[in-house]
Ligand binder design. Structure first.
Ligand code: UTP
Length: 454
């Protein structure tokens, strides 16, 4: 132990051993394992960020070029070519599916991984099951066997694996599902000192969805993709069951543009909607946080009254595998750190539980957009593709998400029940719905449509 003690003391973090003598052998062993995993030079750099009092920069901001959700006739041919290209890549098995589910879902306040949350408007279908069905639907439509990469974190990995096991991997062959973990980082107090959650336990938090890139590399997922001929990653978040993860138009536009990383966006509801927008930041593509947009720019509009900064980020991307390899290969990924100030439940030096102001550090996947030389931004319709489960109630809650799923299912099927559910493997369009054998179950909660053979 002396080595570890010296290292922490030299980094100004010697206080983590304060309760050491009170720990039994097993607790000391598990605490030692946690301490050994801490990247002390990184912790020192993060602490220095907190101490940095220099005034924030004011970069030049500009709207991005956006491919419209309803393209005019002049783009018809481009759309057809892109859709054909995307379908070709899907059919050839060149697209892998990457779900990020390592977050803590604190706003939802659900006891378990967010993906286990039951979101079906009529059934108990979980978010994970919903995503599985969408990916399988793509496999059926384009005739390939999909591979699914699921990122967890130490905060929910064991529970997620158990949930996948208990649910038969939602119909996937377990060999086609690759679960991998992102890194965790210690939270710091306002002075940059590592916070303890308990006498022998660090306060650790997932390192943000930007951690996906390094985790894809370190877990061997990138190598697995390469060995299966996967060239493009369809990246999506666990909380949006409306996401179209195998959108041939999106994949094709991205591929034909030679883009390294592309994004879907939705039009902002209005200037006041608190959502990050994609835009150019000093000339480089990125996500402009709501709070970083001045009131003037928030309301700036074009000649037709449309907001200039309107490209609401929904965190759905297509990313080229070799781009992730290039970003992570040299070990200098170095995405910017974002600081989240939180009240942390922790243990004081006297051993009492307390709440203290602290900070968590995260990197964000959209900061990789700045490293692209070519990138497509495709607008999609919110009512068709985006209704996330973020909060326990109110906006972006299970209630609003179920209503969105019902609205889509009702429009496709023509059903008029107050809750309608449509298995994505049956149909994602009205044309598919009418052309396929269907089973309809009426339940007290509503109506469910499934493929007849299921
Ligand atoms: P959010 O930023 O909405 O965070 O994540 P969250 O953890 O789900 O919820 P809150 O903020 O605690 O309420 C958006 C997506 O990114 C994933 C989440 O699992 C979700 O799919 N994510 C977030 C990660 O995979 N890792 C992270 O470190 C953070």
């Amino acid at each position: 132990m002396p080595d570890l003690r010296d290292q922490f003391a030299a980094a100004g973090q010697g206080h983590v051993f304060h309760h050491w003598e009170s720990l039994d052998g097993a607790a000391q062993a598990s605490f030692t394992a946690q301490l050994e995993a801490v990247d002390l030079p990184l912790v020192s750099r993060l602490g220095a960020l907190l101490a940095d009092r220099s005034a924030p920069l004011s970069p030049a901001l500009a709207p991005p070029v956006v491919f419209p959700a309803r393209p005019g006739a002049e783009r018809q041919q481009e759309c057809e070519e892109a859709t054909a290209r995307g379908a070709e890549l899907l059919a050839a098995g060149k697209v892998g599916f990457v779900l990020v589910a390592g977050g803590q879902g604190s706003r939802l306040g659900f006891d378990g991984p967010k993906g286990a949350y039951e979101i079906g408007p009529v059934t108990t279908k979980s978010l994970f099951e919903w995503h599985a069905a969408r990916i399988q639907a793509a496999g059926l439509r384009h005739g390939f066997q999909p591979r699914w990469y699921v990122m967890t974190s130490a905060a929910n990995d064991a529970q997620t694996r158990a949930f996948f096991e208990a649910n038969g991997h939602f119909g996937f062959d377990p060999a086609d599902v690759f679960l991998f973990q992102q890194d965790m980082l210690p939270a710091l107090d306002a002075e940059g000192r590592i916070v303890l959650a308990g006498p022998g336990e660090l306060f650790l938090a997932p390192n943000g969805h930007g951690g996906t890139l390094a985790a894809l590399q370190s877990s061997g997922a990138l190598g697995d993709m390469a060995s299966h001929g996967i060239e493009q990653l369809s990246y999506f978040q666990v909380d949006n069951p409306l996401g179209r993860h195998a959108d041939p138009l999106f994949i094709g536009l991205h591929d034909l543009a030679g883009a390294e990383m592309s994004s879907k966006v939705v039009a902002k509801r209005d200037a006041a909607e608190k959502v990050g927008v994609l835009g150019l930041i000093d000339g480089a593509l990125g996500c402009i946080e709501y709070s970083d947009l001045s009131d003037e720019l928030r309301h700036a509009a074009d000649g037709e009254g449309k907001l200039l900064f309107n490209a609401g980020n929904i965190a759905a991307h297509v990313i080229r595998r070799d781009f992730v390899e290039a970003l992570t290969g040299g070990g200098d990924l170095d995405l910017p750190w974002h600081i989240a100030r939180k009240q942390l439940k922790c243990v004081s030096e006297s051993g009492a539980q307390e709440e203290r102001a602290g900070v968590k550090f995260e990197t964000f996947i959209f900061d990789a957009l700045a490293r692209t030389t070519s990138s497509v931004v495709l607008e999609v319709l919110r009512e068709e593709e985006f209704s996330p489960v973020k909060n326990a109630e109110g906006s972006d809650s299970p209630e609003t998400c179920r209503a969105s799923l019902t609205a889509i299912a009702a429009a496709i099927s023509g059903a008029t029940a107050s809750a309608v559910e449509l298995d994505p493997r049956l149909a994602e369009t009205a044309a598919e719905f009418t052309s396929r054998p269907t089973t309809a179950d009426e339940t007290p909660r509503g109506v469910v449509f499934r493929p007849a053979e299921a």
